[in-house]
Design a protein around this ligand. Structure first.
Ligand code: ADP
Ligand code: MG
Length: 492
C-alpha cells in the first residue's frame, strides 16, 4: 500500500496555500468579509508589511458567539446554501475558506465581534485550540487580527519579498478592494501612520481625486454602455496621463477587481491610435453583469472571472472605448480650431512674412511646462515659437548618448544664419509634438521628452552643486498621505 490519506492538518495547510499567497491575500479576504457584512467603515492596520500584524475592523453586522466559533471552520459560510446559489453570487466571499485558511497558516487569529441583539465575544485560536471569552465591545462590528503570518509555513515565509514589496502588494490590494465601494469609508494604516483615507463619496472621480490627486481625476473621460444584461461604466484616461507601465488599469466585475484578458485587449484595441505607442492607457472600468452570466468560481483567490459570452464583452468594451476617445479628441480638436479662428488666410497658407502667429492655448501650456520656458500671453509672435523650438533642438547637451530624441545637430541645423526665422513654422499637434517644416523635410519633436532631456542635462551637469533659492511666492503641491510622510521624513 503506497497511497494513504493525508492528515487533516496537512490537507488544510495545502488548501490554505492557494488562498493565502502573501500578506496582501489576507488583507483582501478580511476586507471582503467586512464589505459583505454591510459595513460603512473599514479600517485596515498593518505592521511590518503584514509580518507582525494585519488587523481589519468594521462596523458591519458582526457575528454571534456560535458564528464566530464556526467562522474558522473550513467551508463554513453564511453566504451561499446550495448549488443554485453558486450560480448567482452577489457577495465578494462565498467559498467559506478564507478564515479557515488564514488561521491555519498564522499562529494566532483573534476575532472580537458583536452582532445586533447579542453579547460581544472574543474568539482566539491558539495552535489548534479555539477559545472564546466575553468582549467589552459596545457597538456592532468585527475586528480581526492576524499575527505571525506564515510562522508555521517557513517555506512560504522564505519566498516573501522585501517588506516594501509586500507592502506595495498590500496597498494595491487595498485600492483594488475599496475603489468601487463609494459609500464605505476606508483607511489603510502602516506602522501607525495613515497611508490612504478614502471618505465616503457620491462620485467615483472624487475617490480618484482622494487617491491620485487632480491631475488624474481631471483627465478621465466618463463613458457608459448599457443593455439588459450588461452595464459598463468606463473612466478612460486621456493621453495626458498615459502611463509608462500598466499601473493604472483597473477592471471591476460586479465590484470585484479582476484581471481579464478579454477586457484588457478590448481596451487596448479601443485605444489604438489615440496614445503614443510607448504609453499604456490609464483606465477604470466597472462592469455590472447579471451574476448568472459570469463565473467567479474559477480561482481560489477569486482574481479571475469567466464570461458566458466573452465576444459580447469584447465588442461592447471596444466600441465604448473607441467611441468615447473619438468623441473627446473631436471636441478637443474643435476647441483648438476655435482658438485659432482669427488666423488670417495668409497665416494658414504660411506664405507671407507675417510676424503675427497666433499661438494656441496649448502653446502656452507647452512652453510653461516645468516653468522653464514660459509664455504668458496666449498670443505670441512666431519668433517665440521658433525660439522655443530652437532651444529644444539646438541645446548642445542633447546629442549625448541618449537617443530618445534621435536628432543630431547636423541634421537639424535649421537655425543657421542663411535661414530666416520665417522659413520655419513650428506648430504643435496632439498636445505632444512640435512639428517644424524645413525645406522639403518635416521635423517632429516630442516636446515633453525634449524638455525633460534638457532639464535632465542641466541637473546632471550641476550635480553636487545644485543651486537652490526660496521661491518668492510659495508653490502649493498636493501630496497623498504616503507621499507626505516621505517628504516629512526627508524634509532636511
Ligand atoms: P466566506 O467569506 O467565503 O463566507 P470566510 O472564511 O471569509 O468565508 O468567512 C466565513 C464566515 O464568517 C462568513 O460567511 C461570515 O458569515 C463570517 N464573517 C467573516 N468575517 C466577518 C465580518 N467581518 N463580519 C461579519 N461576519 C463575518
Ligand atoms: Mg470571505
Amino acid at each position: 500500500m503506497k497511497i494513504h490519506k493525508l492528515p487533516q492538518e496537512l490537507i488544510d495547510l495545502i488548501a490554505a496555500g492557494e488562498v493565502v499567497e502573501r500578506p496582501s491575500s489576507v488583507v483582501k479576504e478580511l476586507m471582503e468579509n467586512s464589505i459583505d457584512a454591510g459595513s460603512n467603515k473599514v479600517i485596515v492596520k498593518i505592521k511590518d508589511s503584514g509580518n507582525s500584524l494585519i488587523e481589519v475592523s468594521d462596523n458591519g453586522i458582526g457575528m454571534n458567539k456560535e458564528d464566530a466559533l464556526l467562522a474558522f471552520v473550513q467551508h463554513a459560510t453564511s453566504k451561499i446554501n446550495d448549488i443554485n446559489d453558486l450560480n448567482s453570487i452577489n457577495t465578494l466571499g462565498f467559498r467559506g475558506e478564507a478564515l479557515a485558511s488564514i488561521s491555519s497558516v498564522s499562529e494566532i487569529a483573534l476575532i472580537d465581534t458583536r452582532s445586533v441583539n447579542s453579547e460581544g465575544v472574543i474568539v482566539k485560536r491558539i495552535n489548534n485550540e479555539i477559545k472564546s471569552e466575553e468582549s467589552l465591545k459596545s457597538d456592532n462590528g468585527t475586528t480581526i487580527q492576524i499575527v505571525n503570518l506564515f510562522n508555521k509555513v517557513p517555506a512560504r515565509k522564505k519566498f516573501l519579498k522585501s517588506g516594501s514589496v509586500e507592502f506595495k502588494h498590500i496597498s494595491q490590494t487595498f485600492l483594488n478592494t475599496s475603489l468601487p465601494f463609494l459609500n464605505i469609508h476606508f483607511e489603510l494604516w502602516h506602522n501607525d501612520k495613515i497611508v490612504y483615507k478614502l471618505t465616503s463619496v457620491n462620485n467615483f472621480l472624487d475617490r480618484v481625486f482622494e487617491v491620485w490627486g487632480k491631475n488624474i481625476s481631471s483627465n478621465l473621460f466618463e463613458g457608459m454602455y448599457a443593455s439588459n444584461t450588461l452595464k459598463v461604466k468606463g473612466f478612460l484616461g486621456s493621453t495626458n496621463i498615459g502611463r509608462r507601465s500598466n499601473d493604472m488599469q483597473y477592471i471591476f466585475v460586479n465590484n470585484r477587481a479582476v484581471s481579464n484578458k478579454t477586457i484588457y485587449s478590448a481596451v487596448v484595441e479601443g485605444y489604438r491610435g489615440f496614445l503614443h505607442k510607448d504609453l499604456k492607457p490609464a483606465y477604470f472600468l466597472f462592469l455590472e453583469i447579471d451574476p448568472e452570466l459570469v463565473d467567479v468560481n474559477i480561482h481560489p483567490r477569486k482574481l479571475e472571472v469567466r464570461f458566458n459570452d466573452s465576444s459580447e464583452i469584447f465588442r461592447n468594451i471596444y466600441t465604448l472605448t473607441k467611441k468615447k476617445l473619438e468623441e473627446e479628441s473631436r471636441s478637443l480638436f474643435k476647441s483648438n480650431i476655435m482658438d485659432n479662428v482669427n488666423l488670417d488666410s495668409s497665416d494658414i497658407k504660411g506664405t507671407s512674412n507675417d510676424n503675427n502667429f497666433k499661438v494656441t492655448d496649448n502653446y502656452s501650456r507647452l512652453s510653461g511646462r516645468g516653468g522653464v520656458y514660459y509664455s504668458k500671453s496666449k498670443s505670441g509672435s512666431i519668433k517665440d515659437a521658433i525660439d522655443f523650438s530652437r532651444l529644444l533642438i539646438e541645446n548642445k547637451d542633447l546629442d549625448s548618448t541618449d537617443n530618445d530624441l534621435n536628432l543630431k545637430n547636423e541634421d537639424i541645423n535649421i537655425y543657421d544664419s542663411t535661414n530666416s526665422f520665417l522659413n520655419i513654422r513650428p506648430f504643435q499637434i496632439f498636445n505632444t509634438y512640435i512639428v517644424i517644416e524645413k525645406d522639403n523635410s518635416i521635423i517632429f519633436i516630442d516636446q515633453h521628452a525634449a524638455h525633460e532631456k534638457i532639464n535632465f542635462e542641466k541637473l546632471y551637469k550641476s550635480l553636487g552643486r545644485v543651486n537652490t533659492k526660496p521661491l518668492l511666492v510659495p508653490e502649493v503641491i498636493e501630496l497623498k498621505q504616503a507621499e507626505k510622510d516621505i517628504v516629512l521624513e526627508s524634509i532636511d
